[in-house]
Design a protein around this ligand. Structure first.
Ligand code: HEM
Length: 490
């Protein structure tokens, strides 16, 4: 038999446990980034015989995950998530027919063209966000979350958030928090030793199984409660247009024709997936944007000068202004490059043995496209840790560096919400920049406090709490903002 090529490079491993001792429990993106620096753009880790391949440069990610997508689009099962009762959720689905069905459903509602029809909702919520930030900046994280959740809920269930203690928001928050604590895909003790699921709580190593059982009800509520509300509203004739309402109508028509291509669990699963995939990622990106604006006031000023020149100070930004604001466009790209909100993306899994540039990638390996490593690649980006939107401008104005690739993932798993998410980010950034001044806070002696660039990573990565000041750019801008039309005209 021909000799098998070697696995990709890796740090020294111990017998049997492999790299178990060096695998971190948090801040994976930095660990993976350093791994790439030390051992090359494609490396591997072996934990108890399970292989994880870590990719830190864009070329290798494109070669494997885009060009060989049919082989690299599986997902590793996450035992904790399954035990919690997650089902029919695209992000976790293995490659196969249900995956394709759900991709089609996402495409139907979030393709490039349809995504533009959601702009009235995004515009309205961006204005509400800026209004809230102008009045009560101390609650900014809450408002970022509310912005991203409100948009998704309006589209998926026709639900409008009007109060702070909205039951939908609380549900999403709770299941989101449970998911973030569920461990790495395919890498918790439960994935290695599935029998632990059946052991009593006192048995050593059963933490994840117990945790999963404790969250079953929350997950069930997140699937059922919003769905049942729409069903009831449809029966009463009060339902607003929404994805769930359209899907339910389609299902009822199909059932009448005996041609059912999706069922009620598919509808519920898709809606819940929109929340978990779309809210934390978007609000984290806005938090990262705020941190960049506080640390790089010259970039903020340049964007505001561009907005003033194109829009003037007599009105607020609209989507139709986008093509006329190239600096703002670069600023959005630079936000995703500087510190990506989903820095390790979602790991893929390889279906069949493969060989890449003389390295063997065994069937079943988990493949992590470490976006952090790609956007901080010093061979591509000079001074990658500093925030500089002009890096993408052609020379001699800028450095002529490429826009970051892979920020929405890869191949057949690429983020299906990318057009919609990009529009949410753009209108929120444009509105905040046009109406607000974001700056460093000062201490008791009047000295500016420079925030640290540190992150908390769960499913998404967001800046650790940092001090800053947010004020309206002027009294006139505040009144423009407060008089803005924020009626729900979707
Ligand atoms: C700033 C916001 C967002 C960012 C940065 C982002 C980024 C990503 C990334 C990197 C992936 C992994 C792709 C891969 O596996 O290669 C992903 C997957 C996914 N995203 Fe997004 N996303 C965002 C917002 C959204 C929104 C708003 C939605 C839905 C409305 C959404 C739905 C999904 C879904 C369903 C998946 C899983 C796809 C699959 O497994 O086939 N995302 N996203």
């Amino acid at each position: 038999r021909p000799r098998r090529p070697p696995l990709p490079p890796s740090p020294p491993a111990k017998p049997f446990i492999g790299h178990l001792r060096i695998a971190p429990s948090s801040d994976f993106e930095t660990f993976f980034y350093k791994l790439g620096k030390a051992y090359g753009p494609v490396t591997h880790l072996n934990v108890l015989g399970r292989i994880t391949v870590v990719i830190n440069n864009l070329k290798a990610a494109v070669d494997l995950l885009d060009k060989r997508s049919a082989n690299y689009s599986d997902r590793a099962p996450i035992s904790v998530v399954e035990c919690m009762g997650w089902k029919n959720s695209l992000g976790f689905m293995p490659y196969g027919e249900p995956f394709q069905r759900h991709r089609r459903m996402f495409h139907q509602y979030f393709n490039k063209e349809i995504s533009t029809t959601y702009q009235p909702i995004q515009l309205r919520e961006a204005r509400l966000l800026a209004q809230n930030l102008a009045v009560d900046p101390s609650e900014r994280e809450k408002y970022f979350k509310r912005f991203s959740t409100a948009i998704v809920m309006r589209i998926t269930h026709g639900h409008e958030i009007t109060a702070d203690d909205d039951p939908f928001v609380n549900l999403v928050d709770e299941v989101g928090a449970a998911l973030t604590q569920a461990g790495r895909p395919g890498a918790t003790v439960l994935d290695f030793f599935p029998f632990l699921k059946y052991m009593p709580a006192w048995f050593p190593g059963t933490f994840y199984a117990r945790f999963a059982r404790e969250n079953v009800q929350k997950v069930r509520d997140a699937y059922d409660y919003p769905f049942n509300q729409v069903k009831e509203q449809m029966a009463q004739g009060t339902a607003r247009p929404s994805i769930v309402a359209t899907q339910l109508e389609g299902f009822n028509n199909q059932a009448a024709d005996h041609k059912v291509s999706y069922d009620l669990d598919d509808i519920k699963g898709m809606a819940v997936t929109c929340y978990v995939a779309g809210t934390e990622s978007t609000s984290s990106a806005l938090s990262i944007f705020l941190l960049a604006m506080v640390l790089y006031p010259q970039c903020q000023l340049k964007a505001q000068e561009e907005l003033d020149a194109v829009i003037g100070r007599g009105r607020l930004p609209e989507f139709s202004d986008r093509a006329s604001l190239p600096y703002l466009e670069s600023l959005l790209h630079e936000t995703l490059r500087w510190n990506h909100p989903v820095p390790t993306a979602v790991p893929h899994r390889v279906l069949e043995d493969d060989v890449y540039e003389g390295m063997f990638i065994p069937k079943g390996s988990v493949v992590v496209p470490n976006i952090r490593g790609m956007t901080w690649d010093e061979d591509v980006y000079a001074d990658p840790f500093s925030f500089d939107p002009t890096r993408f401008s052609p020379k001699p104005i800028g450095r002529g560096e490429p826009l970051p690739g892979g920020t929405w993932g890869f191949g057949r798993r690429i983020c299906p919400g990318r057009y919609f998410a990009d529009a949410s980010l753009w209108i929120a950034m444009a509105t905040m920049l046009h109406t607000l001044h974001m700056s460093k806070d000062v201490d008791n002696d009047g000295k500016e406090i420079t925030p640290q660039v540190t992150f908390t990573t769960s499913l998404a990565s967001r800046p650790s709490p940092f001090p800053c000041r947010i004020r309206p750019r002027s009294a006139a801008m505040l009144s423009l903002l407060q008089q803005a039309d924020t009626s729900d005209n979707y």
